[in-house]
Design a protein around this ligand. Structure first.
Ligand code: COA
Length: 294
């Protein structure tokens, strides 16, 4: 067994209908593919219909499953309502909302225009809110016995992060929404959970977040105690678990999958990792010698 293996048993998501926002590429596409392999019908949404249609066709060919491409800019509530309607018409129901669509770029905050800040907040926070509200109202209205909201956040949702302040601000809001609704909507059979991924390279995010030669200058694997970046299947495995009935008692949880990256930045003495073995030997000898004198 390896961490790149598929974790859940065949048919684990049979009969589930899942909506993945931003499912046309990157991590959204990787999760969609695995959901389809496990038997789910998946609707993928984004602004770019052509890209979505190509992805849907590719994934249907690869998995033999069903994938529906629905154009939707999550920033606009009426588009989200319409997307939900299209999914219901096509599949008859929806069980899971995966709020994965995001927007992000690096910049010193004082260089951002008000519109640039708003753009990220609108996609990440307002977009997740729009989908959550529309789907939640629908589920409550039809008294669906069990439904799932899964939000993709990030570890800097709780620490904050310099140079991606709109994203950090918005993701913190999504995290608060996840935990709040886990309690408030549990009575309607709606579970809310989140995943906080560390570095999982995708072309879209990497070109945006580490443009030019930054990818060579900053090897993010070196920031991770496990000294590697994440594999897409690892994330897909956790996502599949959290949307499946196997996690029926998991509610309001955030699963961090980052190889220990954020904690490495947090622990006060973690920087001592830079000390080589010989220096530890020397320090130990010094301490022992001092103790023997006392
Ligand atoms: N740095 C600073 N400001 C930026 C920027 C950057 N790299 N990219 C865009 N902006 C600003 C624009 O200048 C504009 O502000 P202005 O009108 O005051 O000039 C504002 O942000 C909106 O840009 P625009 O290109 O019109 O937005 P859009 O809605 O077409 O695209 C983005 C949204 C900018 C987030 C785009 O990168 C995107 O579509 N991303 C989706 C994928 C993604 O980011 N995924 C997350 C990967 S981690």
């Amino acid at each position: 067994m390896s961490y790149t293996d598929k974790m859940l048993r065949d048919g684990a998501l049979n009969d589930k209908v899942i909506v993945v926002t931003g499912g046309g590429s990157g991590l959204g596409k990787a999760m969609t593919k695995y959901f389809m392999e496990l038997g789910a019908k998946v609707a993928i949404t984004s602004r770019d219909l052509e890209k979505l249609q190509n992805t849907a066709k590719e994934l249907e060919e690869q998995t033999g499953g069903k994938c529906l491409a629905v154009q939707c800019d999550v920033r606009h509530y009426e588009e989200v309502e319409n997307m939900l309607k299209v999914v219901l018409e096509a599949f008859g129901k929806v069980d899971v909302l995966l709020n994965n669509a995001a927007g992000n770029f690096i910049s010193p905050t004082e260089r951002l225009s008000a519109n640039a800040f708003d753009t990220v907040i609108d996609i990440v926070l307002k977009g997740s809110k729009n989908c959550t509200l529309a789907f939640g109202k629908h589920w409550i209205d039809i008294k669906q016995p069990s439904s799932v909201i899964l939000n993709i956040v990030t570890t800097y949702a709780w620490t904050g992060s310099a140079y991606v302040v709109p994203s950090a601000t918005a993701k913190a809001g999504v995290l608060a929404m996840t935990r709040s609704l886990a309690v408030e909507w549990a009575k309607y059979g709606i579970r809310s959970n989140a995943i906080a991924p560390g570095p999982f390279p995708t072309k879209g995010a990497w070109d945006r977040l580490l443009p030019g030669d930054l990818q060579e200058k900053f090897d993010l694997a070196q920031k991770v105690p496990l000294k590697r970046v994440g594999d897409h299947q690892e994330l897909a495995n956790i996502a599949a678990y959290l949307v499946s009935d196997f996690s029926a008692y998991v509610n309001g949880e955030v699963i961090t999958i980052d190889g220990g990256e954020w904690l490495k930045g947090a622990g006060q003495f973690n920087l001592l990792e830079a000390i080589p073995e010989e220096t530890w030997d020397m320090l130990e000898a010094m301490i022992k010698a001092k103790r023997n004198k006392e």
